[in-house]
Design a protein around this ligand. Structure first.
Ligand code: KG4
Ligand code: ZN
Length: 350
């Protein structure tokens, strides 16, 4: 059995967790976990302010590690390794978590595992459901990333699709801002969409029908802005119509990716913050069924940023003997598939 301390600080959640990789239930695998959201600190600005985020991580993380070990009834000495997010993300925050992980690893004489935050999301479905076997097709949808990847094993990723402009979570967040729903926006848009008519506002479905499975959401966001400015639609109708348009894009793009994937995928898997969206899960469930595959999605609490997924990715790496030196660098950008060809029109998102 491996006990891993996981640390996450790449965006606006400070989190620490103790993972027991041999636990038979999810409750046993997540021995203890704590998350401190910085939502209140960033809300006045309508988005994450990197400097505020980094300072908040500094204040919270040290005591949180002590608290989560106490929750687990364990000490640093009981841990087999320390896993900390080393990127990609806001570099100030990443450095706070990684340096904390290095210091703890050095003080306790334990191995350090530098975890790619995206690998944390990518493997989180196996934390929830360890019987999920490689290879699987992963739709990774968060605030910063929107990709479809084949996951063949730990560290083995083939990117089939990415976004040429905004990530899906970003589109939800921008729509929330346009509708004055505040920050963070995704859950608020989903709630309001339940009260609206998804057919009320005609909105574009960028790239739907294209033969390559890439994403684009910038045009949809502009259309949402114009719909709001027109002043003739109820906000709930705009939210519902936006969500439907975005999901239509995701389902169409994922269908193309399923057709292009290497044969033998065991499941369609969705992870990342937007995977908490119930309408998205329902739409993907239907798509997966059409392809004779199960849809695997972690419980919503494991979809948004957390340290349990970092500890779990650390545990999977540790089991394979992958550890890192204390000189490992924090990386603001760190693509899962370093060989993926750049996409025309794409920004520099990993
Ligand atoms: O994975 P995550 O916590 O952080 C990143 O690594 O980006 O994802 C956060 C993103 C935000 O854009 C948030 O609005 C979105 O996930 N999100 C949702 C929902 N819950 C979180 N989007 C749509 N519906 C939700 N229920
Ligand atoms: Zn994330």
């Amino acid at each position: 059995m491996a006990l891993i301390l996981g640390i996450e600080s790449s965006c606006d959640e400070t989190a620490a967790a103790v993972i027991d990789s041999n636990g038979t239930t999810l409750k046993e695998r997540i021995v203890a976990q704590r998350i401190a959201s910085q939502d209140d600190a960033h809300r006045p600005y309508g988005g994450v302010v990197p400097e505020i985020a980094a300072r908040a991580h500094v204040e919270v993380l040290g005591p949180m590690v002590g608290a989560v070990l106490a929750d687990a009834g364990l000490t640093l000495d009981d841990m087999d390794a320390i896993a900390a997010t080393a990127g990609p993300g806001l570099i100030g925050g990443v450095m706070v978590g990684l340096v904390t992980g290095k210091a703890l690893a050095m003080a306790a004489g334990k191995p350090l595992i530098a975890v790619n935050h995206l690998e944390g999301h990518a493997l989180s479905p196996r934390l929830a459901e360890p019987s999920l076997a490689y290879p699987y097709l992963l739709l990774l949808v968060s605030g910063g990333h929107c990709q479809i990847l084949e996951v063949a094993g730990v560290g083995q990723y083939r990117r089939l699709a990415t976004t040429i402009d905004d990530a899906l979570g970003e589109a939800f967040d921008k729509t929330a801002k346009i509708l004055g729903l505040g920050y963070p926006g995704g859950p608020a848009v989903e709630r309001l969409a339940r009260e609206g008519d998804a057919k009320a506002v005609p909105l574009p479905r960028p790239l739907v029908g294209s033969g390559e499975p890439h994403f684009s959401f910038a045009g949809l966001k502009s259309a949402v802005m114009r719909a709001k400015d027109a002043g003739i639609h109820a906000d709930a109708d705009i939210a519902a119509s936006f969500q439907q348009a975005a999901l239509d894009c995701v389902v169409d793009r994922t269908r193309i990716a399923l057709g292009a994937a290497t044969p033998g995928m065991t499941a369609l898997v969705v992870a990342g913050g937007v995977a908490a969206n119930a309408a998205l899960r329902a739409a993907l469930e239907a798509l997966a069924a059409q392809h004779g595959l199960p849809l695997v999605a972690p419980p919503p609490k494991l979809c948004t940023d957390n340290a349990a997924m970092i500890g779990w990715a650390g545990a999977e790496r540790f089991a394979l003997g992958y550890t890192d030196g204390l000189d490992v660098a924090a990386r603001p950008r760190w693509p899962l598939d370093a060989n993926a060809a750049p996409v025309r029109g794409a920004g520099v998102k990993g």
